[in-house]
Structures are given as structure tokens and as C-alpha cells.
Design a binder for this molecule. Sequence first.
Ligand SMILES: Cc1cc2nc3c(=O)[nH]c(=O)nc-3n(C[C@H](O)[C@H](O)[C@H](O)COP(=O)(O)OP(=O)(O)OC[C@H]3O[C@@H](n4cnc5c(N)ncnc54)[C@H](O)[C@@H]3O)c2cc1C
Length: 382
Amino acid sequence: MDFSFTEEQLMIQDVARRIAQEKIAPSAEHHDQTGEFPLDNIRLLGENGLMGIEVPEAYGGAGMDPVAYVLAMVEVAAADAAHSTIMSVNNSLFCNGILTHGTEAQKQLYVSAIAEGREIGAFALTEPQSGSDATAMRCRAVKQADGSFVVNGKKSWITSGPVAKYIVLFAMTDPDKGARGITAFVIDTARQGFGRGKTEPKLGIRASATCEIEFNDYVVNADEVLGNEGEGFRIAMGVLDAGRIGIASQAIGIARAAYEATIEYVKERKAFGQPIGAFQMTQAKIADMKCKLDAALLLTLRAAWVKGQGQRFSNEAAIAKLTASEAAMWITHQALQIHGGMGYSKEMPIERYFRDAKITEIYEGTSEIQRLVIARHETGLR
Ligand SMILES: Cc1cc2nc3c(=O)[nH]c(=O)nc-3n(C[C@H](O)[C@H](O)[C@H](O)COP(=O)(O)OP(=O)(O)OC[C@H]3O[C@@H](n4cnc5c(N)ncnc54)[C@H](O)[C@@H]3O)c2cc1C
């Protein structure tokens, strides 16, 4: 077993860290307070290969492996979680899905635009009445004689929905077939029949714009079907497996930022004549934070490595996402407690880390759903 990274992996980590520290971190508080979408930074990340890290260079990406993706995501998330949310949707949910299931023409058209940061991508599975149970979706795509489809319905909680040019959409084409009646499509938001609802006000990741989207007799051409008709559910689940490695990395970035700020604080802040880091109760918290952070990182790198080997990685991705998201929540909670009143203040980023961490336990499969995935894999029982 080799725990060292390749030169290429270290290079992309370095590029991500530089942009994160020089461009993203200084404006993180502004983006959190205003909720303004960080378009310039996203374009900069794209120009540097970070919007399509695993996308081959021929389609405008960096042509790197999943481990490189983890390293870069951690750096961006440590500076600002909202940026890493946008980055993860573009990389894992949009580019990865089209690269895996798209035609050559689809890869040329959609992947390059997103991987290079010229456009923003989105992924639309959730609806107002169906989240964890995606098969309960109501958005309908009805096939026409010429092979095109007419789409009607709503999708909710769509990350980057307010600004996306292209969206991977899942709609029911044959309701009698349940999961096997769902088909994936690529949508161009500039076309007639597509509409956007209000941007959601959120607890955290506030600069990652999220909204409801609506389809009213939107026509999808036959060559805009992703994969085959009826394969949509399988495509969505496969794409989410990869996405979970991204969200685990995001959780690690948030947790690392909170941990590092805490290490500095416990050395400076004094109580009862000594640094608060000298108290054994604080030391125990620091040790537990570090153990959880390292465990989350190692499990996430394992999932990425397995994916990079071309093996099945659903279970490893679920284990990584569950462990990392719960570690992030726990670590940011401890960080806030150790900072005392200052942890609760908007003058420090600790309360932002605490708010941002929560989403990692919810999207791309809640912690309960990760536990189901893992337990079903382990027992073979459903
Ligand atoms: C900020 C944000 C961004 C998002 N971005 C996107 C996006 O870009 N695209 C997209 O398609 N979706 C997106 N989502 C939606 C997200 O994936 C869903 O919110 C998530 O999957 C949970 O679905 P739900 O909210 O409908 O909760 P529900 O499915 O209603 O779940 C409610 C609770 O019940 C629990 N539960 C449900 N089923 C079970 C079960 N079988 N066993 C035990 N417990 C269960 C859940 O774990 C949860 O605690 C986003 C959500 C948020 C908040």
C-alpha cells in the first residue's frame, strides 16, 4: 500500500489551494452574507481545469483521476463550501454523467462547455413531493411520433438552477414501469418551455444558488436523451455514487478549516491563567476532531481509489460520505464550542462552517439513505 500522491495529484491540489486561498477565501464571508453567485471565481476554476478534473483533455477537462478530484475539492471547500457545491455538481453530477452515458456529440457539446467553466451545469432529480424516494417523481416526458419528448412538471432544490445553461433532467416516461420508467435528458435552459422559480433562502452554502425549475410543454429532441429510454434511474444512482465522493471531500474541507482555526485559537485564548488548549477537556476534543478528520479523509481517498481502478465503488462512496459528513457536523460543533462566544459570532467563520457542514448530511442521499445502502450491501437484505 502506497499513501503518497503522484506529481499530477499534488499539482492539481496546489492549483486548487492557490485559487482557494487567493481568490475564494477573501470573498467567502461576502458571498455567505449576500448569497451572490460567485460567477467569476467559477469561471477561474474552470479555466484551471477544476470544473472537469476527471474529464479527458479532449473534452476540455484536466484528465486526472478521482483522487485528484478529492484533493482539489477539499482545498476549495476549506475556503468556501458554496464554491465547492457548484464545483461538485459540475464535476460529478453533470460532466461525469454525460461522459459515462452520453453520445460523442453530447460529450463534445455539453461537457467541454461546463469543464472549461464557460457555462454552468445542473442535475435535476428531486421534486417537491419526492426526494429520497426518487421513483415517486411526477415530472412527465411523453414520447412523440418523431422520437422527441414533451416535458411537463417541476423539480425542486436544483443547485445552480438559477444560472445553469444545461441541466441533466430525470423524468418519468413510463409510469407503469416505476424505476424502469424513468429517462434522463439534457436540457438547454435557453429554450422555450423552461422556467425558474424563486431562489431558496438557505441555512448554509448560501452562494450556491438553488431554485425550483418548471417545464411547460418543453420539447426535448431525440438526440438529447441521455443513455437509453428507461435507464434514467440507474444513471441517476450511478452518478450519485460518484457525487458522494465529492460531497465527502466537501465535508472534509469544511471540517479541516474548522479544525485548523481551532488549533490556532486554543493556543491564543487564555482562561484561568493558561491557554484553553492546555485543559485536558479541550485536548480530548482536539484529539477526537483529528481522528475523525483523518478517518474521513482516508475513507474518501479509498472510495476515490476504488473508482479510479474501474471497480464498483457504491459501498465505499456511501461509507465515505456518511463518515465525512457526520465528522464535519461533529467537528464544526466542537469548534464552535471551543471558540465560546466568538464561535457564535459572525466576526469569525466558525458559525459559517457549522451552518455549511449540515448540508453534507442531507443532499446526494441523506445519512439515513447512506446507512441503507451500506447495510444492504453488507447483509444482502433489502
Ligand atoms: C441545498 C440543497 C441543494 C440540493 N441540490 C439538489 C440538486 O442539485 N439536484 C437535486 O435533484 N436535488 C437536490 N437537493 C435535494 C436533496 O438531494 C434532497 O433534499 C435529499 O435527497 C432528501 O430528500 P428530501 O428533502 O425530499 O427529504 P425526504 O426524502 O422527504 O426525507 C425526509 C427524512 O426522512 C428520511 N427518510 C426518507 N426515506 C427513508 C428511509 N427509507 N429510511 C429511513 N429514513 C428515511 C430522510 O433521511 C430524512 O431524514 C438539494 C437539497 C438541498 C437542501
